[in-house]
Design a protein around this ligand. Structure first.
Ligand code: TMP
Length: 254
């Protein structure tokens, strides 16, 4: 395989130049971090599962007309996506109180919220991704008011659709984080869903038992982390054909 130019290495993924202009290859690692990378570890097979889970969810979202950067999965650990200009925001949607919202506002984890709540965080590791308001976003030019309207509309559609999809397989979508990017075509600019959607950036609880099936198992040292990610894929009906034995997948090729 031809050598590819590495564009960026993040905490969970590496981005390479894609085969055609305007495309990027996302390589999913098994590395896991939490608390702004103060806690580091490896979740064996996570990259393979997240690649597959994100492919599945982005494809379903594309089918209902939510524009995403996803083009196609290339192999066990890689997917081809459209190159976008990332909007430096982490958009979090919450349906049930958990995590930082519970800590910040003193609301018991598991409390169903009166309605879905959207929060914005400025994507900046050096600052620890601080929470920001629409005022900060527009004043500092990270996104315009119209962009925020588009992001909110898309986020709410994604939330409704994924909440239903997960509920259908016995999982409550407690909260999750999305990232958006811009694509420029001729004189037009479109905002599309980017990054990934996986148990790394969602809270997924078993609807009956409340058992956590996401990265909180790693963050909080709850054990059975690999098993939780596998169970999410199994319930979605997409556990890789090779089964659980081969989840390490091929080594990275450069
Ligand atoms: P939080 O409760 O820690 O603010 O997290 C809310 C949601 O966002 C949860 O589903 C995990 C996800 N998340 C990320 O994807 N990346 C992050 O850096 C953080 C802090 C949270």
């Amino acid at each position: 395989m031809a050598r590819r130019r590495q564009l960026y290495e993040g905490k969970a993924k590496i981005l390479f130049e894609g085969p055609e202009p305007g495309t990027i290859v996302q390589y999913f690692k098994d590395d896991a971090t939490a608390f702004n990378a103060q806690k580091k570890g490896t979740i064996t097979g996570k990259g393979v599962l997240n690649n597959r889970i994100s492919e599945y969810l982005m494809t379903r979202l594309n089918e209902i007309g939510v524009p995403t950067h996803f083009i196609r999965r290339l192999n066990m650990r890689e997917q081809l996506v459209r190159e976008v200009e990332i909007i430096p925001l982490e958009v979090v949607v919450r349906n049930v109180a958990a995590g930082s919202m519970s800590t910040r506002l003193g609301i018991q984890e598991g409390t169903r919220l009166p309605r879905s709540i959207i929060e914005y965080y400025y994507k900046n590791d050096a600052l620890g991704d601080p929470m920001v308001s629409e005022e900060h976003i527009t004043a500092f030019g990270w996104a315009a008011t119209q962009d925020i309207d588009d992001i909110v509309q898309l986020t709410l559609r994604v939330n409704d659709f994924l909440s239903g999809l997960f509920l259908g397989v016995g999982i409550t979508l407690v909260d999750f984080k999305l990232e958006f990017g811009r694509i420029y075509e001729n004189d037009d600019m479109r905002i599309v869903l980017a990054d990934e959607i996986s148990p790394d950036n969602c809270r997924l609880w078993d609807s009956k038992t409340g058992e956590k099936m996401d990265k909180d198992r790693f963050r909080r040292d709850l054990g059975k982390v690999e098993e939780a990610y596998q169970e999410v894929a199994r319930r979605l009906g997409i556990l890789p054909e090779a089964g659980v034995r081969d989840l390490k997948g091929p080594e990275m090729m450069q």
